[in-house]
Design a binder for this molecule. Sequence first.
Ligand code: UDP
Ligand code: MG
Length: 328
Amino acid sequence: MSVDEASRSATAPVVSVVLPMRNESRGLQRLFERLTPALTALGLPYEIITVDDGSTDDTLDKLKAYRATVPGLKVVSLSRNFGKEIAVTAGLGRTSGRVVVLMDSDLQHPPESIPALLEPWTKGYAVVFARRMNFDRGSLARRAFSHGFYKLFDMMSEVKIDRETGDFLAIDRKVVDAFLAMPERNRFNRGLLSWAGFRTTTISVHIEERHAGTSQWGFLKLLRLATNAITSFGTLPLRIWTYIGGVVSAVALLYGAYVILRTLIFGADVPGYPSIIVAVLLSAGVQLIGLGIIGEYLGHVFSEVKRRPLYFVQEAVGFDEPPAHPRA
Ligand code: UDP
Ligand code: MG
């Protein structure tokens, strides 16, 4: 190890924790009360990178105040609400640890599980997912939605994701770099990670209930995320219309032949209003769905060609400081 490397490793954190936050002010106290001991117990230099994703409460002020008492706490504040996937990307972009632990800030992901999460990493795994071992007690509608989404995603996309894993995971530096090298604007983080590859494993963790406040995912937001995810990771929805069109045309041809034959044999009877209206409505519906799906992809193309930055940082505090040294 060179002198330069040695001095760097003395000041570089080994573990970086990334916490995206939107209006989490009420839960911060509990969060740091549980997170700090869990990190100290690791005995490794660490940093806690919180990303304020355009909170409208006093999350940002509180975070800055907590820097006085929480070792290793750093704060990135985005210029507005960009959504969790982008907030996470912003946080990952600021990490310098050899491994990054990504988790929610509402204590659904127990900080006490961080050592268990890092265990496989020390054995050479590059991505370690926490898998929910307890029953998801979300509302029935939400569970049904998520079930449907994963089924569809599985069918349509080029990558595989485990539906029982969430955004509680440990990511090795080389995967973080790979993740950050993917420039797309429409980001579905778990899809991107899966696409990147690398040695991946899962551990079982008891996922808790949100500690304070409410979940910020309305149905429409979830629907948006789901459509984005599916259309970002495969072109099957786009290509499938060739086949659907083919089947519809074949059926129409057969039916046409049947109608002609019947007319030749039995002569024309009363014009068939029901069959005409059904055929017209069905083909109009099928075409509209096809157009809508092309629109989804066109929307992706549109937002990619604009090449806008993913996010803007309004303020970043604490990034020139050394990490917390639990043994010092
Ligand atoms: N979050 C964020 N930006 C958003 C919405 C949520 O950074 O626009 C954060 C939020 O503060 C939390 C995490 O993402 O730390 C998960 O959000 P939430 O608990 O609302 O989602 P759920 O657990 O219900 O999926
Ligand atoms: Mg939550």
